[in-house]
Design a binder for this molecule. Structure first.
Ligand code: F6P
Length: 545
């Protein structure tokens, strides 16, 4: 680790010094001086997906240094180790093989003496048969009639991935309606059940551990609702489980022929490619899911083989490192111009922040520099009318990633033109801004007095030079979505390697879980026990009203 860090430190120091080269840099001037800036700072894969990073505070030297940094960290070797089944997740003693779920490893790869592609393919066959049966009605409800509604009960990785993907691919839905319940707040399950009929509803209990408090509580609530209407024997037909915990599933009362397993080498936030993807399979069918996997597989092979300046995940990771560690940007925004990607930022929050929100290295020593930034965002154009003001004129620099498709998927062409125009306008406005002279000229042209012009100009100036990248693709198909998710997974991987953290554990969520379980009895009674006595006293007082 010492040697590894010291060779990296030299490059970090060079990068920090290099930042001074940008003291008088402005994207507006950079574009004026170099009409080929787009050609130099963009790349395309598979003829359908472009990363345009020309509107970033970078020059050739920046890219050279970032390339050296990524090389020195040994990213490619680490990826080869991951694909070879090495125990990358060292704190939990596990391999990290979500890439195997989309066929990006050797067909003979063994983990713990087991050929994992055989296991993956066997479970996938069962999953596709089940999804097809639910879709065509051959797997039916207790009364022999088809299901019209499927409710996925899960949280975190057992919810965010399949929920985001199911929503994103709604143009391809031709199966039953799919709903998602995650929050332990009974209102989530209650509001969902209000719209459903027990006789027509199938529940999928999605939990890697099958012990998560929120999921098990919601699953019990669903079971009570179902059995109250249809009797105890309805559970066999109306429930299925997606899990690694056979005993837990049986203990809940779900027969293991309705259990679809995955393995401890699939992290929750990387599990949408596994049995956790069943709601997606039910919504779009097995062929659509195969396309989704194929998209991810093509991103994996691009990531493994493309040189740095053509490698989209590496470039995006490198830019993130540059802003986080050299420019001290504490957050970054992800802005898909696609209403169906409305949950994309939520999904990325877990993927990125649960993976790289760490403060120690793999070996337990403290990090020398900041790790994962805050990831946030919302779909455009809605965000424009909410928080973009701060992106353009706030005091913080917030790097942005914009995503947009050239063609709409079963939506109105004219509206899609407006969507694209808005997206392109934002990246342009952030980069080039509006100078005081331009603001003045505009105000004068609108007939303002000299005094009014002087008073308003400072408010109308856009500093510009605000960094953004554009991820531009032909259409949001299952295959493209597979590419996009794998792109972000690999970006997170690269950054994790450079920071020297373990992106595949999540000990930071444990403490809150343990305390919540301890506090539950005190909250029930309102009596002082575990927890802050002052707030428990106030709870008791409010309840007594
Ligand atoms: O939030 C912590 C976490 O462990 C996530 O990593 C995981 O995706 C989520 O809880 C749900 O866990 P499970 O699938 O075991 O219910």
């Amino acid at each position: 680790m010492g040697k590894f860090m010291s060779s990296m430190e030299v490059i970090w120091t060079d990068l920090v010094h290099h930042r001074q080269d940008f003291d008088s840099f402005h994207l507006r001037e950079a574009f004026a001086a170099d009409p080929s800036r787009f050609e130099r700072f963009s790349t395309e894969m598979d003829g359908c997906l472009t990363l345009d990073y020309s509107r970033n505070r970078v020059d050739e030297k920046t890219m050279l240094l970032l390339e050296k940094l990524i090389e020195a960290a040994g990213v490619r070797t680490r990826f080869a180790e991951m694909k070879g089944g090495a125990t990358i997740n060292n704190t939990e003693g596990r391999a990290v093989l979500h890439v195997a779920l989309r066929g990006s490893v050797s067909a003979n790869l063994e983990v713990n003496g087991q050929k994992i592609m055989d296991d993956i393919n066997a479970v996938k066959k069962r999953l596709y048969a089940f999804a097809t049966g639910v879709r065509d009605g051959s797997i039916a409800a207790k009364d022999g009639q088809p299901f019209t509604d499927v409710v996925n009960i899960g949280i975190g990785g057992s919810d965010l991935g399949p929920h985001m993907v199911t929503r994103a691919l709604s143009a391809f839905h031709d199966g039953p309606r799919v709903h998602f319940v995650s929050n332990v707040d009974g209102a989530h399950m209650g509001d969902t059940l209000k719209t459903l009929e027990p006789a027509r509803t199938l529940f999928l209990v999605a939990s890697k551990t099958f012990t998560t408090q929120e999921t098990m509580t919601n699953a019990r609530a669903a079971k009570a609702w179902l059995t109250a209407a249809l009797g105890d024997d309805a559970v066999a037909d109306h429930f299925a489980a997606l899990s690694t915990n056979k005993e837990g599933v049986e203990g809940f009362g779900i027969n293991t022929d309705r259990m679809f397993e995955f393995w401890d080498w699939v992290g929750g936030r990387y599990s949408v490619w596994s049995a956790i993807g069943l709601p997606v399979m039910i919504a779009i069918g097995a062929d659509g899911f195969e396309e989704f996997l194929a998209g991810a597989r093509s991103m994996d092979s691009h990531f493994a083989s493309a040189p740095f300046r053509e490698n989209i995940p590496m470039l995006m990771a490198a830019l993130g490192l540059w802003y986080r560690n050299v420019w001290d940007c504490a957050s970054m925004a992800v802005l898909p111009y696609d209403q169906r990607l409305e949950y994309f930022a939520d999904f990325l929050q877990q993927l990125d922040m649960e993976s790289n929100g760490k403060s120690v290295h793999n070996d337990g020593s403290s990090l020398a520099r900041a790790s994962g930034p805050v990831i946030w965002g919302a779909s455009g154009t809605n965000g424009q009318h909410a928080f973009y003001q701060e992106l353009h004129q706030g005091t913080d620099i917030i790097p942005c990633e914009f995503l947009v498709a050239a063609k709409p998927t079963d939506a109105d062409d004219y509206q899609h033109e407006l969507l694209l125009a808005n997206c392109f306008a934002q990246v342009e406005a952030l980069a080039k801004g509006r100078t005081a002279e331009e603001a003045k000229a505009q105000l004068e042209a609108s007939g303002k007095s000299a005094e009014e012009v002087a008073a308003l100009v400072p408010h109308k100036v856009f500093e510009g030079n605000r960094p953004s990248s554009l991820i531009f693709y032909d259409e949001l198909t299952p295959k493209m979505l597979g590419r996009l998710i794998a792109l972000y997974e690999q970006k997170v991987f690269v950054q994790g390697v450079v920071w020297g953290v373990n992106p595949y554990d999540q000990w930071g969520v444990e403490l809150g879980k343990e305390l919540a379980n301890k506090l539950a009895p005190a909250v029930k009674t309102g009596d002082r026990g575990e927890g802050d006595p002052a707030i428990l006293d106030r709870l008791k007082a409010y309840r007594a009203k």
